[in-house]
Ligand binder design. Structure first.
Ligand code: SF4
Length: 425
């Protein structure tokens, strides 16, 4: 099989990994010869570097052969899909070739599990090692870590990769046991713990490195780098019956215990010839979007995972989680924009972290009035029903009227029944 064919198969097989996806846009392509570029297909995806730059990554699997049989995965052993396997040299050459042509700025490499977790991990690491040591490649590398790979291999992977990730796959250990019996939740968390420990050791090494003084002996060498962009994971949403509260609780645990940089949510989409244990229909993409919003509220707005889900353990699909929380907790409003502490301002629908900072800065020198909101780049229509100002005091009816306007849609989205028949198209 030639490299181009392998690339088609193994880039397509990698597209289900959302941990560096650029999803959510409309579908466009130029395969009919008209226009230029495509938002479909696979192969190059966008990710964010530690300094905030958006970068393009070659996103591929080393192989889509796999000895595991995770029911939700198109690459599982029993799946009837075309298989391919890159050699290490092929991945190295492709990465360098695309990089030199300015098509990509880095590599995202994952793999099905062949022979053993350690063997697979060694192959993945060897790609990164050759790129870094033999070709002095300084671009971004994200390696998927195989759960159960040995400590030494995790350490080695972190020396070459900018980011490591281990997929948690499903929100609960029971769901994992049911849908991916060869995987073990404890083993996945052990891998995350190893990465965290290595990161901590590395950070300690940097902190405790003595400064060298003039005429003193040279200071010890910098400790070898370890995955400076940290670790991330991916959770499939809607493949099992877990509700949004359980999903967010799992995320909160992962952020707290393993200091993950990101949890990526991937809405389940049915795969060909799948098991009857899986839902017949895809989870709403809007559910994935609401989970990202809720995740943001937990990480940057001080919300607890237990207070975000307002509708029987699920997030509302037709309004964002912050607004849903505000409407479910009217006693917290209105909030005095000139007196409330930062934590309370962050709870006002429409106020982002930067708007709150601008308000805090402004009120050091004057009392913020209604007319100031535009200058502070605050979305006035959304914020006014929830805040009190010297020249503005909202009524409960303002909030209801605002909600009615924002909910005005032809058909309100609804959470699907996991095992209902697919909607005819
Ligand atoms: S181990 Fe990974 S590639 Fe293999 S079947 Fe499971 S999810 Fe798919």
């Amino acid at each position: 099989m030639d490299t181009a064919r392998k690339l088609i198969i193994l880039a397509d097989a990698a597209k289900y990994d959302a941990s560096c996806a650029s999803s959510g846009t409309s579908q466009r392509d130029s395969s009919d010869g008209r226009g230029l570029g495509s938002t479909e297909g696979a192969g190059i995806c966008h990710s964010y570097a530690p300094d905030g730059r958006c970068i393009s990554l070659l996103k591929i699997l080393l192989t889509n052969w796999c000895t595991y049989d995770c029911l939700y995965c198109v690459n599982r052993e029993s799946s009837n899909v075309p298989r391919a396997r890159f050699t290490i040299t092929e991945v190295v050459d492709l990465t360098l070739d695309f990089y030199r042509r300015n098509v990509i700025e880095g590599l995202f490499l994952s793999s099905g599990i062949v022979r053993t977790p350690d063997y697979t991990m060694e192959q993945v690491i060897e790609v990164a090692r050759r790129l870094r040591e033999e070709h002095d490649f300084r671009g971004y590398i994200h390696l998927k870590t195989i759960p159960d790979a040995s400590d030494e291999l995790v350490l080695k992977a972190g020396r070459y990769a900018d980011r490591l990730s281990v997929n948690i796959e499903l929100p609960t250990a029971d769901a994992l046991q049911a849908l991916a019996p060869e995987k073990e939740s404890a083993a996945i968390k052990r891998s995350m713990a190893r990465i965290k420990l290595q990161s901590d050791d590395h950070a300690d090494g940097l902190r405790t490195r003595p400064r060298s003084l003039p005429s003193a002996a040279a200071r010890p060498a910098r400790p070898p780098r370890f995955a400076p962009a940290g670790q991330s994971t991916q959770m499939i949403v809607g493949a099992d019956a877990s509700d949004d509260r359980q999903i967010l609780q799992t995320s909160a645990t992962l952020y707290g215990a393993y200091r993950l940089k990101r949890v990526y949510y991937s809405a389940f989409s049915p795969i060909p010839h799948s098991s009857s244990a899986l839902p017949l229909r895809a989870a709403p993409l809007l559910r994935e979007h609401r989970l990202y919003q809720a995740d943001w509220l937990m990480r940057f707005y001080g919300f607890g995972e237990d207070e975000i889900c307002t509708e029987g353990g699920m997030l509302s699909l037709d309004i964002d989680p912050k607004l849903a929380w505000a409407l479910a907790n009217p006693a917290h409003f209105p909030i005095d924009l000139n007196r409330a502490p930062k934590e309370r301002l962050l709870r006002v629908p429409g106020l982002g972290v930067q708007s709150v900072e601008r308000i805090l800065t402004a009120r050091r020198t004057r009392r913020v009035q209604r007319a100031d909101l535009d200058h502070l780049r605050v979305p006035t229509a959304k914020v006014l029903p929830f805040v009190a100002l010297p020249d503005h005091r909202p009524r409960e009816s303002d909030r209801v009227a605002w909600l009615t306007r924002s909910r005005h849609r032809a058909t309100a989205p609804a959470q699907g029944d996991l095992f209902a028949s697919p909607v005819p198209v």
